[in-house]
Design a binder for this molecule. Structure first.
Ligand SMILES: [Zn+2]
Length: 450
């Protein structure tokens, strides 16, 4: 893997060499081996931010200052600019990251499905190697209700829905776990932030602009059902949603910053592996839909991924496509532990050939699969019978399919998707969860249909 130090960015010039559809950086220097610090495996802090689309982060050039804290963190971390989630909604994406398996291998291909108790999650793998394991959950799909307690010594739950705001509790609970942990043993801490998810709440102090502009749709809380049932949804109305969404991102970023500062104060940051990642993004009519789970365009599957190695003191950027399947193997490698046989992904910390990234969504039926290979992305929608091909280098918003103009690339990537679909990654039967009427109502309010 070739990487680029912050101060070397000018020399690197962000050159993209496109060879065989693969983006590679030129002229970057290698990072020194990480400092192992305390003579024991490093702490591992995994910060998951629900529903965070990259192009609404100032880290990715968004004009509003939505993510100043994550930008500061990027100064000591490797920023994977082209990371793709394995699905466009929470349950399959997070399960896939934690187990480094495709969602369909975990029975996570339809909702609601409970994580199989035998799943080799990151908590279980690290726990087997002497880690203390702590989790803070806010999303119902990633909670004890859906089997996600496996491998954790302790779980703190602040399950969120509607206009409920939980980022402050997540940081407080995570810092409590860090403070109470045994300093002689490594700690794995999973903290799941939920606030950017529906409903979009304008957060006082984080408006990032005028508090009101007079449009009838200018509301402090935009709820999923109210919004989707509106027949007159227009661009001006969407501005209200995006304004509140941005405010939630900034509010969450503030509390993520508070967690990282708190860990620093506790002496559990510098020598730790710290990962900041999102499970999926969010759509605001970019392709005719609102929310996530439905499609696989970049607004819902291109996610932030930043990984700080133990002792890392400078920022780097990585420009090749990577998969969230690679997060757990990277953590295991950085912890100095043997490779986990069940992992489908590969460590990002060693030399590795770029490989295509597959993502799929199976919420409404088993219907959509995409592959990202270098500059190209292909999406097959089996429900609609459509095939699209995009050149992400010139059309990052995926507005113009070039399947007709690039028939050879289209045929190649169609074959890759079909062989992935029919190949080794067989569907595993999920373990259904019987929801109460109240739980069903909550899920509907969050945009998840029956
Ligand atoms: Zn999610």
């Amino acid at each position: 893997m070739r990487r680029c130090r912050d101060r070397d960015r000018t020399q690197c010039g962000w050159l993209l060499l496109l060879i065989g559809g693969v983006a590679t950086q030129l002229g970057c220097s290698e990072l020194d081996p990480p400092d192992r610090g305390h003579g024991r495996p490093p702490d591992v802090i995994l910060v998951m931010i629900d529903t965070l689309r990259t192009d609404h982060m100032s880290l990715f050039g968004y004009p509003k200052p939505t993510t100043p804290e994550i930008e500061e963190f990027a100064g000591v971390a490797t920023d994977y600019r082209r990371a793709y989630a394995q699905s466009s909604w929470t349950a399959p994406s997070v399960a896939s990251l934690l187990a480094s398996r495709y969602p369909r291998e975990l029975g996570e291909h339809k909702a609601p499905s409970k994580l199989h108790p035998d799943t080799r999650t990151l908590a279980r793998v690290l726990g087997d190697h002497g880690y203390q394991t702590e989790a803070v959950f806010t999303n119902r799909y990633i909670s004890t209700r859906y089997g996600h307690e496996i491998g954790y010594d302790r779980v703190q739950e602040h399950l969120s829905h509607g206009a409920m705001v939980t980022s402050q509790q997540v940081t407080d609970a995570a810092l409590l776990a860090a403070r109470e942990s045994d300093r002689d043993r490594p700690l794995f801490l999973y903290a799941h932030y939920f606030d950017p998810h529906y409903d979009y709440v304008l957060q006082p102090g984080f408006e990032l602009g005028p508090k009101a502009w007079g449009h009838p749709y200018d509301r402090n809380v935009v709820s999923f059902l109210a919004q989707t049932l509106r027949a007159d949804l227009d661009e001006e109305a969407m501005r209200g949603s995006r304004r509140n969404y941005d405010s939630e991102i900034a509010y969450t970023d503030h509390h993520v910053g508070r967690l990282l500062s708190g860990l620093r104060a506790l002496g559990r940051f510098e020598h730790a592996v710290v990962v900041v990642v999102a499970d999926h993004g969010e759509e605001f009519l970019d392709h005719g839909e609102i929310g996530h789970a439905i499609a696989l365009y970049n607004e819902t599957v291109h996610v932030p991924l930043l990984i700080k190695r133990p002792g890392q003191t400078h920022g780097e950027r990585h420009l090749e496509p990577v998969s969230l399947l690679d997060v757990a193997p990277t953590i295991v490698a950085l912890a100095g532990l043997p490779r986990e046989a069940s992992h489908r992904g590969k460590s990002l910390d060693g030399s590795r050939a770029p490989s295509p990234v597959f993502t799929s969504t199976f919420y409404y039926s088993e219907d959509e699969i995409a592959v990202i290979a270098g500059r190209y992305k292909a999406i097959i929608d089996y429900r609609l019978g459509t095939f699209e091909l995009f050149d992400l280098l010139v059309d990052p918003r995926e507005q113009h399919s070039i399947a007709d103009r690039k028939p050879r690339v289209a045929a190649l990537l169609r074959a890759r998707v079909e062989s992935w679909n029919e190949g080794r990654f067989q569907l595993k039967r999920g373990h259904d969860v019987r929801l109460t009427d109240r739980e069903k109502a909550i899920m509907r309010s969050l945009g998840y249909a029956e």
